[in-house]
Design a protein around this ligand. Structure first.
Ligand code: ADP
Ligand code: MG
Length: 352
């Protein structure tokens, strides 16, 4: 079986600005472990962080975590990740077959799953299995395997699926039978108080009225712009403070969630200003098309890696680097998911 990267089966760490969500955690705690849990909401609603917090705080039950990716449409990868995640739980005895090498035979997914379910059934203590990003599974064979696993899930394993979309599994049947519990947008949405805490922790000190405006505009989606640093929010304050870190994170989430793979927000600028500063996030592989430099410009890499290309020349920059943009036509490519602060002094108008 393929080696599984540790990060993929490790419960994600919580960011410093994490806002605890006791009510939602209690919802998770209250569920019957024999039913299937579905946490379903668009990107940015805090599914991953809520589940991570729940997993990290539980002292009674261990959590096996799998962050699914596109590659897991290969069932061999999918199930090797699940085996590795469960085998990583302390309570799984050394003698468990889960620790033995697992052999994958093409075309024998049902047999593999039967053995896996048997091995799980003989675990001495219940565990939880969180499958995060189930929306990544789109290929029939992987979905078929997951369907088999759902139908035959052993009582010792509490299964929680987290997904941006309703997975194409027989969930309606489970729902009808009362064997499915769900946590959706209505419950995941941040309250105004939670939004206020998040903003405060992100270094944005706003009045309650400002928080309410942001909350309403974002419908309580934490990554949907609650932490948007709206420039010049407080007209009475001569100094505007913006958390570039929070903004970079937010724009990256939006870039990854959106079809274009890009997102940008101007933090300073406007017609009457010479200086324009924009946080731009690009999904890995995306680029900003070649354009004339509209004036002196710098690119400060806030996250990830980018490549500035001008003709036959290119310069790589990673987090913390400042690229001084040459005064020639150029493009900016994201080598991996990246966010930059583009600063431009408009000494002349753009040529096109
Ligand atoms: N409880 C929280 N406290 C602070 N920030 C949060 C919280 N939940 C979500 N966020 C913000 O929203 C972003 C997306 O959260 P995440 O859990 O990855 O969402 P999802 O898994 O639903 O796409 C996080 O990177 C963070 O900036
Ligand atoms: Mg997530």
């Amino acid at each position: 079986m393929p080696l599984v990267p540790r990060a993929k089966i490790t419960v994600p760490r919580l960011p410093p600005e994490f806002v605890e969500r006791r009510a939602q955690r209690a919802d998770l705690d209250a569920q019957n472990g024999e039913d299937i849990g579905l946490v379903c909401a668009p990107a940015g609603y805090g599914k991953t962080l809520l589940l991570a917090d729940w997993a990290l705080r539980s002292t009674q039950t261990e959590t096996a975590w799998v962050g699914l990716e596109r590659d897991d449409n290969d069932p061999r990868r999918l199930w090797s990740s699940v085996v590795a995640a469960v085998a990583g739980c302390q309570s799984v005895p050394r003698s468990s077959p889960l620790h033995a090498p697992w052999i994958w035979r093409p075309g024998a997914q049902p047999e593999f799953l039967a053995e896996l379910v048997d091995a799980l059934r003989s675990l001495p203590r219940p565990i939880r299995l969180v499958l995060d990003n189930v929306h990544e599974l789109v290929e029939p064979e992987a979905l078929h395997g997951l369907g088999i696993f759902l139908r035959n899930r052993p009582g010792q394993v509490q299964l929680i699926l987290s997904s941006r979309l309703d997975p194409p599994l027989s969930l309606p049947r489970l729902r009808l039978a009362g064997r499915l519990w769900e946590l959706r947008c209505d419950r995941l949405r941040f309250s105004v108080a939670e939004a206020a805490t998040l903003l405060e922790k992100s270094g944005l000190h706003l009045t309650l009225a400002q928080v309410e405006v942001l909350h309403q505009r974002t419908e309580g989606c934490p990554a949907g712009g609650i932490v948007s640093a709206e420039p010049r929010m407080d007209k009475d304050d001569p100094v505007q403070k913006i958390s570039l870190d929070a903004l970079a994170r937010e724009q990256l989430e939006l870039a990854k969630a959106g079809g274009s793979g890009r997102s940008a927000r101007t933090v300073h600028g406007g017609h009457e200003r010479v200086l324009r500063q924009t946080v731009i996030a690009l999904r890995g592989g995306q680029s900003l098309a070649e354009h004339e430099s509209p004036g002196e410009a710098t690119v400060h890499v806030l996250r990830g890696r980018v490549r500035l290309v001008a003709g036959a020349d290119s310069w790589d920059g990673r987090q913390g680097d400042l690229l001084i943009v040459p005064d020639v036509a150029h493009s900016l490519e994201a080598v991996e998911d990246a966010a930059v602060l583009l600063t431009v002094a408009k000494t002349r108008t753009a040529a096109g």
